[in-house]
Design a protein around this ligand. Sequence first.
Ligand code: MSP
Length: 468
Amino acid sequence: MNRYITTAIPYVNGVPHVGHALDYCLADTAARYFRLKGDKVRFQVGTDEHGGKIYQKAEELNLPVEKYVKDNSDAFKSFIEKLNISYTDFIRTTDESHIKRCQEIWQKLKDHIYLEKYEGWYCTGCERFITEKEYQENHAVCPDHQKPYERIEEENYYFRISDFKEQIREKIEKNELLILPDFRKKEILKLLDDSPDVSVSRPREQLKWGVTVPGDESQVMYVWIDALSNYITVLGYPEQDTSEWWPATAQFVGKDILRFHTIIWPAMLLGLGLPLPKAIVSHGMILVNGQKMSKSIGNVVDPVEVIDRYGLDAFRYFFLRHVDTFADSDYTDEKYEEAYKNELANDLGNLVQRLSTLAQKNQILIGRVDSKFSDEYCELMERFEFSKAFDQVWEKIQDLNKRIDDEKPWVLAKNGEKAKLEKCLKTLILDLLQVNMELAPFMPNASEKISEILKDPIAPPETPLFPK
Ligand code: MSP
């Protein structure tokens, strides 16, 4: 089966932070899981490089915007490599091919686009038009960016969302467009009711950095139209047949941008006559000591520093297991350290060390084994309940440690009960290899090392897998 997995493409007005890492790690877990099941996977990542926010930042830094976006896009690319993300396609929204395809998409949506005067509010931080109701509720200041909303009076192109609302509602209600977690689905249905047509362009005088509206040099596309298109332009839409990959199996996004992916994006796809993605999976926010990360508070966690502390496996372990897949979760250095020492080093590291030492001492050879995912594991993974699936994998690891304590293979060895000992160790190792396969989508590097150590434990590794 073919699977297409996507991630949100980050704005390049800064360097990668742990929030971005979450998108990548979740999508990578899905991609690796499907590959291990034998599916063919295409996996997109990339960078969102247009819009006012980016342009302003480059100006502030006195840098040519092209250079600024290229440097930051490269930084994201190296970060993705550092996380060992198994992507197949990297797209930049400043790629010539993307820009051209985006303009063709606009042309195809033309019947649903009209020109009108916009008078209202905008937040450049969110790159979003704000309704009067929100403006009142938030007392004129964006709660996420702590900046007053800007007043805008200009002529814009509008996209007639109303042409598609009913179809979108039906698809969401029938789970043909599955929104995960379920409680977000209700929020989105409510939001859909209140959604007005969206402004999809800005006058070039106001916004210089963007894709030109075809046939109207004076207007630039709204950054979200350009950005959302990436999911199909990267597949070669419209000139190439995308049916091998589209509709996507799962699109991973943070809860803050779910609305764009479940209202504007489906409306665009319906306007183009394309099927809707099968699932939009929305993860929560990573908080620090219960607070939102922000440069002004000064609590932004640098993911590179966190990875370098205990290695990539530890990073992926924490963010895929201790960060709930769907809810907001807290990161603290203490929690991270505890998870590393008590769980990775004590539970998993010890287990591998104990079993490989026993196997070596007693000359147990395993050779090639074909492990299989358990049914409960597959069920959770296919509902993208990754932190839950990971919890279950961990229970199995702890259980194996308990079994070693109970079965005491060293006593069997001491008593010379050779046949019993061999059976006991072989069963334990085979069970660990089975768990290890389930570990692979989450922690690919550690899982590979464990397979190598256990399949032929001539000599257990000198340095433990997770040094304390
Ligand atoms: N450029 C848009 C996405 C366009 S997709 C067609 C954007 N960029 S972003 O850089 O602001 O965010 C990129 C991703 O990182 C989003 O999925 C967002 O939810 C996620 N996160 C940003 N901060 C986060 C946390 N603090 N915690 C978890 N994820 C967060 O939005």
